[in-house]
Write a protein that binds this ligand. Structure first.
Ligand SMILES: Nc1ncnc2c1ncn2[C@@H]1O[C@H](COP(=O)(O)OP(=O)(O)O)[C@@H](O)[C@H]1O
Ligand SMILES: [Mg+2]
Length: 153
């Protein structure tokens, strides 16, 4: 008989993010990520009531390369402290990220999310909808589409 394997239902993200149910808590996760990325400025745009305008969180931190996005951002429950130490590389801030689950905050606060990031002159971006997410049978088999991966920033 072949070996047995655990699988991870996509519902895990929701269970892990139960504390981020409110939009405020979700925003805090994203601002914490900006802090950890040594950002000086975070701009937050909130939608006007009763409109479909997006929530936009825009930070001027280090950003991620496409490779970092794949290797670090998408790795669920990865321990930032183990990976990069307790303090940020550039500004020696005490890092806030610990559990490696802040990444789900966007989808807790909205039906679709788009992440755009720039590092070393290159942009990487992806989009994801809560519907795609819910439809995936297993979190590891959720296909996340790159958008504009190779364009210059
Ligand atoms: N705004 C950002 N700028 C640069 N890197 C980011 C940003 N947001 C997330 N990341 C990267 O993705 C990783 C995962 O983020 P997250 O899921 O919030 O977990 P944690 O913050 O606990 O590590 C971070 O450790 C960081 O390496
Ligand atoms: Mg975080």
């Amino acid at each position: 008989m072949s070996t047995l394997r655990y699988r991870v239902d996509t519902r895990l993200a929701k269970l892990l993010s139960e504390n981020n149910r409110s939009s405020e808590a979700a925003l805090k996760e994203l601002v914490d990520n900006a802090w950890d990325a040594d950002a000086e400025t975070v701009r937050i745009s909130l939608p006007k009531p009763m409109t479909n305008q997006p929530i936009i969180i825009d930070d001027d931190g280090t950003g991620m390369t496409a490779e970092e996005l794949q290797r670090e951002y998408l790795l669920i429950a990865s321990d930032r402290t183990q990976r990069r130490g307790q303090f940020t590389a550039g500004k020696h801030r005490k890092a806030k990220g610990r559990k490696g689950i802040g990444k789900f905050a966007g989808l807790m606060a909205a039906h679709t999310m788009r992440l755009e990031t720039w590092a070393r002159g290159r942009k990487a971006a992806f989009g994801l909808s809560a519907a795609d997410y819910d439809a995936a049978p297993d979190i590891e088999r959720l296909a996340i589409q790159w958008v504009g991966r190779v364009s210059e920033a």
